[in-house]
Unconditional design. Structure first.
Length: 390
């Protein structure tokens, strides 16, 4: 059992709030974590993908009212969105009886319906915890395991598979399941083949600026349609739109977001990359590492951290900017795959534009050393510790 960071976050949230929503993609480990939290509490678990459990909720107030003294876990809550209104009444009734916290743990495989419905019905009664795939601090204690995690991605069944072939097979099946079963659940009538082609095009362009017109041309659809499809993948927590940093620096700034497939293992599966040998010679190797670093840093970043990138038309560029809460200020992060951590001229020009509080170059090794005044070279694991300690 790999200890997940979200375990303590969910426990703390349940001590504060009546309902906690644990959201994340399928197969990321939400159900396993929920059972771990419920162990020894006499909790009630309902899987709302199962018709038998959905039938029990034909009269939710009557059925769930009998479990006011227990933690109730509702898995795949987005399958029954009308339940949120009932939960509001149950929570308010429980408060009148002295049960103010730890009533419901809601698990959802996507953010859009869960956030919309709970935002309408459970305002002031719910707290959100996002669960990501395994990250380096959870599953990669050494350099070899870090590389394996990068190749396979962080979905537990992929990361912990017995062989690279087993891992790749899991990810290919995962992609097929999302396209054929999960996307239609959310009411989007998108041809599976079209969405797969888009997903693959995004993997080929990992970390590039969003060009909806070019993608639309390749798919023979309109730009607004492409934007809607990408919105869906973002809502399913499978794609990240990294926004450009906006500052009054008197320069022409890039205004398009950068697009990343969030899990590096899915990038490689979409491109048919089975192992490190195949990845090392592929053009996506650098962007894949960049996306892997970004996802790992954001996985441990404190709440209310704002992430962006900086690029001007003149070539000044920083891969990742972290606007951290409190008095930590703005951190600039350049990402290099190799052991050489020397940043380019564009990074130094961007530093002059923004004057960040701290500057780092995250490289593929483990060493930490100064590169220039106010610039440090650092390994990913050590950089994650710095961010997590905030």
């Amino acid at each position: 059992m790999i200890r997940r960071r979200q375990t303590s976050l969910v426990r703390e949230a349940l001590r504060r709030q009546a309902a906690v929503a644990l959201i994340g993609p399928r197969q990321v480990g939400k159900t396993t974590l929920a059972h771990e939290i419920a162990e020894g509490q006499g909790s009630l678990y309902l899987d709302l993908e199962a018709a038998a459990d959905r039938d029990k909720l034909a009269d939710p107030a009557l059925f769930l009212g009998a479990y006011e003294d227990r933690l109730v876990i509702l898995d795949e809550i987005h399958r029954v969105p009308e339940l949120f209104q009932e939960l509001r009444g149950l929570i308010d009734r429980g408060r009148r009886h002295g049960r103010r916290t730890g009533r419901f743990l809601l698990l959802g495989s996507a953010s859009m319906e869960l956030l919309r419905q709970s935002g309408e019905s459970l305002a002031g009664r719910i707290e959100y915890v996002e669960m990501n795939p395994l990250d380096v601090m959870e599953a990669a204690p050494d350099s070899a395991s870090l590389r394996t995690l990068w190749i396979r991605g962080g979905f537990p069944d992929s990361a912990l598979a017995a062989t690279d072939v087993d891992s790749l097979t899991f990810r290919q099946n995962f992609i097929r399941t999302y396209l054929e079963r999960d996307v239609p659940q959310f009411g989007r009538r998108i041809p599976a083949e079209t969405l797969r082609r888009l997903w693959t095009m995004l993997a080929h362009g990992q970390g590039s600026l969003l060009n909806a017109s070019r993608l639309a041309s390749g798919l023979s659809v309109t730009s607004p349609t492409v934007t809607a499809y990408i919105d869906l993948l973002v809502d399913l927590l499978l794609v990240r739109r990294l926004r450009p940093f906006h500052a009054n620096v008197g320069k022409r700034l890039v205004k398009s977001p950068k697009i990343y497939v969030r899990d590096s293992g899915l990038v490689h599966a979409l491109l048919g990359i089975a192992d490190y040998n195949a990845l090392a010679g592929h053009p996506v190797v650098g962007p894949s590492w960049e996306g892997f670093v970004i996802e790992n840093l954001l996985a441990v970043a404190p709440p209310r951290t704002e992430a962006s990138f900086y690029r001007t038309s003149a070539g000044a560029e920083i891969d990742l900017l972290l606007e951290l809460p409190g008095d930590s200020g703005l951190w600039a992060v350049e990402i290099k795959r190799g052991l050489s951590a020397k940043p380019g001229k564009g990074f130094h020009n961007a530093r002059q534009d923004l004057a960040p509080a701290r500057c780092f170059v995250v490289h593929g090794g483990e060493e930490r050393y100064p590169l220039a005044p106010d610039v440090e070279a650092i390994g990913l694991r050590e950089m994650m510790r710095l961010v997590a300690d905030l």
